[in-house]
Design a protein around this ligand. Structure first.
Ligand SMILES: [Zn+2]
Length: 255
């Protein structure tokens, strides 16, 4: 039954895509993807819980960094591959930032997301993701904390919303990361912790992101104050940065 309803809604969103900004329709897609996790045909244990990883409280755990586009071909699953690729003197912040700017040159044109992370023990890690997401949280299973870490990840041309996604912000806040940098072919953007940055869990940050996007930012778009495809996430992160007291900047790479 639910499957039939979801199929109908799929068709409806497809028709909406002709007239509405893709940030809005992609958001609706995400609702559908979440609902499909709870579909009738999914195996359950005898307490009625889903037994194949769908549903449950996945929204409260890390979904990984993401460009924010979601589709069923690139779910936030453990598809990331992690390897330590070097070491750097973590006290030498110029050297740490050089590692990230080198990564930007290396990764920015890739058709999939890749993340380079420097953890506070000086280890340098590369995480390879998919076209729409990369999750560096597995680093913590390898013995290094993401607290205080610096990272860079790319947003592929066909996937970018030209700023951080709710997933990116959720990871940055909940993991206590010091600095998160990302870029696409057009913009470079970064979030940096301040002494009074508010801590919160991943799902709270993501919920706030979605709320700001779906209220204030959609209103700006409806009033034709912004181009939501290019500036929707940027406006959302800007508002979020004031709520959580972190630094946020976006700069155009050319011109
Ligand atoms: Zn991202």
């Amino acid at each position: 039954m639910l499957e039939k309803i979801l199929d109908t809604i799929d068709l409806y969103i497809n028709s909406l895509q002709k007239d509405y900004p893709k940030a809005l329709t992609d958001n609706l897609w995400q609702v559908i993807i979440n609902l499909r996790k709870y579909s009738d045909g999914q195996p359950r244990d005898d307490h009625g819980r889903w037994t194949d990883g769908g549903g449950g409280d996945s929204s409260s755990s890390s979904g990984g960094m993401s460009s924010g586009r979601n589709n069923e071909q690139t779910p936030n699953t453990n598809t990331s591959k992690i390897e330590q690729v070097g070491n750097v003197d973590f006290n030498d912040k110029q050297a740490v930032l050089k590692v990230l700017s080198d990564a930007e040159k290396e990764f920015v044109d890739l058709p999939y997301e890749k993340c380079r992370t420097v953890t506070s023990d000086g280890k340098v890690w590369d995480t390879t993701g998919t076209s729409g997401t990369v999750d560096n949280s597995e680093i913590e299973k390898m013995g290094s904390s993401l607290k205080g870490s610096y990272s860079y990840h790319n947003h592929p041309k066909n996937e970018t919303y030209f700023s951080f996604s709710g997933e990116d912000a959720g990871d940055f806040i909940s993991k206590g990361e010091e600095m998160s940098i990302a870029s696409d072919y057009k913009y470079l953007y970064f979030m940096q912790r301040q002494s009074n940055t508010v801590s919160a869990d991943y799902s709270t940050v993501k919920r706030d992101f979605n709320y700001i996007l779906q209220t204030d930012v959609y209103q700006l778009s409806i009033n034709e104050m912004i181009d939501i495809d290019e500036d929707g996430y940027h406006q959302t992160i800007e508002t979020l940065s004031k709520k959580y007291n972190f630094s946020y900047r976006r700069v155009a790479k050319h011109g």
